[in-house]
Ligand binder design. Sequence first.
Ligand SMILES: Nc1nc2c([nH]c(=O)n2[C@H]2C[C@H](O)[C@@H](COP(=O)(O)OP(=O)(O)OP(=O)(O)O)O2)c(=O)[nH]1
Length: 312
Amino acid sequence: MHVVAGVLVDDSGRILIAQRPAGKHLAGMWEFPGGKLEPGETAVTALARELDEELGIAVDPASFEALIRVPWRYGERDMLLEALVVRAWTGEPAALDAAAIAWHAPASIDPGLLAPADRPILAALRLPWHYPISPADASPEEAAAWVLAALARGERLLQLRLPGLPKETVRAVAAQVLPEVGRVGARLLLSRDIEGALALGMGVHLSSAQLGELAARPLPLSLAVGASCHDARELERTSRLGCDFATLSPVVATASHPDAEPLGWPRFGRMAEAASLPVYALGGLGPGDVAEARLHAGQGVSAIRGFVQEPL
Ligand SMILES: Nc1nc2c([nH]c(=O)n2[C@H]2C[C@H](O)[C@@H](COP(=O)(O)OP(=O)(O)OP(=O)(O)O)O2)c(=O)[nH]1
């Protein structure tokens, strides 16, 4: 079953969510307006029809922007949920079909209220296009300075990864920069250290080895969880655990992992599109590759060296 959903975004960046009416599948849960494709329809023509029927608004189908495709299974029901962003329409949206509609900033929506297949859509809306990772050989002072410099450049999602330093030292670096991370509304993820992330109230980035050891998402929905993936099986596991996003690597040959065989963009694209969560392209890339990543179903680009602009 192919379902298309529209994310209406207003001039102040708020998005429209709708509550499913009583008596329908997932009644009472919040979702994005849309519905199933009828025979002969494309995602775009179906969404234009659904927005007219459900909200009473007219849209120009040529203006829709692709956001994410989420393959999902509800019990026996297999579904492909395709989300498109809508920024312009004619008319005032009204709850013609929904129990209620509401406008919210993406950051203020509790993902637990949404239909499960919509949580990756909310994650894709909230996540930036860049996910820089700290230089592995940085000293504690250099690492703290790296985080602050990245925040000052406007980066909003960062991973603190210092594999050569003891856990306690890395936690102390995180504790030092967290007030500034919070002040600018950014998110910092601690590499691998679930306990430390819980104690400090920050996100965690899981290694692919940790994926196999976990039975459930290790942190509450309010703290970000990312994971390192290298193939379709790991992406599937990451989404089943309820993680917010994955990195998929290596896309091209990298200096830090010279022996790993690169995926290349076409394979990256096929795997990212088939995954049920936002996927950052990682490995031999930098901010200049964001457009390529988004063309290939990626959320954006993650990198260690790629984001280092000044020598440490
Ligand atoms: N429209 C919509 N459906 C969603 C979303 N998330 C999600 O899991 N679904 C599921 C719920 C349903 O099983 C299916 C879409 O069904 P629907 O009831 O909205 O489809 P429709 O408008 O064509 O309605 P109907 O003819 O069955 O009444 O997709 C979402 O954001 N929007």
